[in-house]
Design a binder for this molecule. Sequence first.
Ligand code: ADP
Ligand code: ASP
Ligand code: MG
Length: 438
Amino acid sequence: MKVLKFGGTSVGSAQRMNEVADIILDGEKKIVVLSAMSGTTNTLVEISDYLYKKNSVGANEVINNLERKYFNTIEELYSTQAYKDEAKKIIKANFDYIRSFTKDLFTLFEEKVVLAQGELMSTAMFNLFLLEKGVKSALIPALEYARTDKNGEPDPVYIREKITALLEQDPDQDIYITQGYICRNAYGEIDNLQRGGSDYSASLIGAAIDAAEIQIWTDIDGMHNNDPRFVEGTTPVRQLHFEEAAELAYFGAKILHPTCITPAKLSNIPVRLLNTMEPSAPGTLISNETEMKKIKAVAAKDGITSIKIKSGRMLMAYGFMRKVFEIFESYQTPVDMVTTSEVGVSLTIDNKRHLPEILDELKKFGTVTVDEDMVIICVVGDLDWQNLGFEASVIDALKNIPVRMISYGGSNYNISLLVKAKDKKMALQALSDNVFNN
Ligand code: ADP
Ligand code: ASP
Ligand code: MG
């Protein structure tokens, strides 16, 4: 069975939902993972913000506007009055539930419950839409199988056991619809897989059911060779290795959630990125194969802080690196890039939550310098060190841009460069102009 995930834009209107139905109704049994309709999760975040601020008037205004939008979509989506009424009844219950939080204290747990309503509503509406069409379709509730452990990581054993049981209980459906993004945590509370996490859900489900393929349907024809939001003239990459796609996702290619490739890679399930607006376009196939000796794509990761620790004592001092990294470990702060010299080490983090404490501790070992508002530019391809000229072409492309750090050799698939946020667009464009389009 295949798993097909449709993102927010793909289910963002009645018209789009019709297009999704055309794509999925091909006679093959499948699991369909849906995001919330586009804009909904952002609006639910806005509502939560009003609720934290105890502004129930503000919250109610946004809730009512969003509810009106859903009712308009319902009017357009269904053809019979009975289904319109049924859909409105379901959606009104979701909105009444959100409204119930305007009366009381608002906690982090409740914010997650509010955010979960987006995927609960899109899936309920779409399932009803298929039922009206006479399709054998059923919902499999993510909150009954998707679960994270005490470290906040998805629990693949639990997911496999529960989803298999849910599918076996109801074997005669053609389409199984489920929510992306939402899950329960180790304590059974409603939680989520972070913004953009529906891709991750699809990959986890694919691994749990040993899917033949995982398809991520979105609003663009696959992974482009550069970020189309910042660079003109980007083109689709038709084939990527799991490792290449994982690097691109982690380092900012928004088309994929940062960790979504991992479950597919571990289970060796191909992932195909496809365009809902142009279903016949070939998209991108991500698998164990790749085109060799080629730079494939560039991505950028924002919000990076670099930290340099310079110590006279590093000279010959084994144990220095361990001490430095232990500090980051004790504050559960992942390190992305690392470069070293005889007198010091530079590294980058994207989570600044414990930065003050980390800096305090690092100062025991040497002189510490911090640069904020940095961006990692990640160049991905078959960059094995035996292949000549790739590093040179990347560095040559960036010859007019100040580069704070360069990291190469950590894998065969990536060169990372750290630049100032204000130089990001120029750096991405320079790489497109000199590496892809020359
Ligand atoms: P969805 O809502 O379907 O999950 P997203 O907005 O999360 O869609 O991801 C698709 C968007 O990712 C595209 O519209 C595009 O602007 C952006 N994007 C960023 N980098 C890339 C890239 N390298 N290739 C393709 N799309 C990219
Ligand atoms: N609806 C969630 C979000 O907007 C999850 C997703 O779309 O993947 O972040
Ligand atoms: Mg997305």
